[in-house]
Write a protein that binds this ligand. Structure first.
Ligand code: PLP
Ligand code: MN
Length: 368
């Protein structure tokens, strides 16, 4: 059930009901501007990942600053964006099953929609869905550039799949998807450089082999918040798919040399108990803030440490003299931004301490 918004424009942040997802608008806009400025001299485009924000509003703000479109992971996310007016969407993921593919093919009537594949059977399924809908879908070949998650082997296997796509009257060959997920949080810059040097090399080789067979790659996509500068500098990638850069989180902050963006996303929570000495309890447990990549940090309040999360309780350990008041509102920096966003229906946009906007998280829970 859609929850009512926890705030109204004009309220002070302290008045916002909790737990709430607060977006510091100055920091958020600075992040969008910073990414646009960093990519501009490289000539590489941004196709920001909407798995992070799940919002057509934010997608359009990114595109107003030059992003060419959006990536999504799920058909339901593509629907939320396309229905919200986003014109160019890449499902940077595999879509399997006739029901999902029929939905995707139908979306192609109102937006440019592309999808990835790493299996000939999948290509046949996508072609059948496109034929039934009377559309022609761009399909990118996903290659495994080092993460060993999805993707065919770079080189001849990828070329064979691309030729199969290009041969279908219902499909167009859309290029290569080459995303190295596990490199994003490798802590040292050297480890990230080595991983992306390998990814760029196998991608370059595959692009060249495709060209020799007469197949050009309209898109060569990859790169996340941890490595995008490397893909952008490689001369191989045409599109960067970073998502978390808009919000950031405590996990990215733990990279040695963290990405050059500000923390803009917070979970606002209320101190609901101080009964136990040395402890304060927040109304934000792991139903309110994702803990898969580590516990949240208490923002701007030294002496308070978020020590454990249960369903609805967040337990803080309090140093002498740092005790918060009962009812006090505290900002938490989530360990992982993407799944934290997915727990909320609304962004509460705040500037100079006041609520400025409420943006729906339209693709919240979009798992299908
Ligand atoms: N591209 C793909 C295919 C992804 O799976 C992800 C995240 O998992 C991203 C881009 C964006 O990563 P980040 O949010 O770390 O920038
Ligand atoms: Mn993530």
């Amino acid at each position: 059930m859609l929850q009512p918004p926890p705030a109204e424009p004009g309220m002070m942040e302290e008045e916002v009901d909790t737990p709430a997802l607060v977006l510091d608008l100055d920091a958020f806009e600075a992040n969008l501007d910073a990414m646009a400025a960093l990519l501009a001299p490289t000539g590489t485009k941004l196709r920001a990942h909407a798995k992070t924000h799940k919002s057509a509003v934010i997608a359009r703000l990114q595109m107003a600053r030059g992003a060419v479109g959006q990536c999504v992971q799920k058909v339901a996310e593509a629907e939320a964006l396309a229905w919200g007016g986003v014109p160019d969407i890449l499902v940077s993921n595999q879509v399997v099953g006739a029901v999902k593919l029929a939905r995707l093919a139908a979306l192609a009537r109102i937006a440019e929609v592309a999808v990835c594949a790493d299996d000939p059977a999948q290509v046949a399924e996508i072609a059948a869905a496109a034929e039934a809908a009377g559309t022609r879908l761009p399909v990118l070949v996903e290659i495994d550039c080092g993460a060993s998650r999805c993707g065919v082997e770079p080189g001849p296997e990828a070329v064979a799949l691309a030729e199969r796509i290009a041969a279908s009257p219902h499909l167009r060959f859309g290029g290569l998807q080459s995303y190295h997920g596990s490199a994003q949080h490798r802590r040292s810059p050297g480890e990230r450089e080595a991983a992306i040097a390998h990814a760029a090399e196998v991608t370059r080789r595959t692009v060249e082999q495709l060209r020799q067979r007469g197949l050009d790659c309209p898109i060569v996509g990859g790169g996340g918040t941890g490595t995008f500068a490397l893909e952008a500098a490689s001369g191989v990638y045409t599109e960067i798919q970073a998502g978390s850069y808009a919000f950031m989180d405590a996990d990215y902050a733990r990279n040695e040399v963290p990405p050059p963006f500000r923390q803009s996303l917070f979970v606002l929570s209320t101190v609901m108990s101080r009964a136990v000495p040395g402890v304060a309890v927040l109304d934000a447990g792991h139903k309110a803030v994702a803990v898969d990549s580590g516990l949240p940090l208490v923002h701007g309040r030294p002496g308070l440490r978020y020590a454990s999360a249960s369903d609805e309780h967040g337990k803080l350990l309090v140093e002498d003299g740092a005790a918060p008041a009962l009812g006090e509102k505290l900002r938490l920096v989530p360990g992982h931004c993407d799944p934290t966003v997915d727990r909320y229906d609304w962004y509460v946009g705040v500037r100079n301490g006041r609520v400025e906007c409420l943006w729906p998280i339209a693709a919240r829970g979009a798992m299908a």
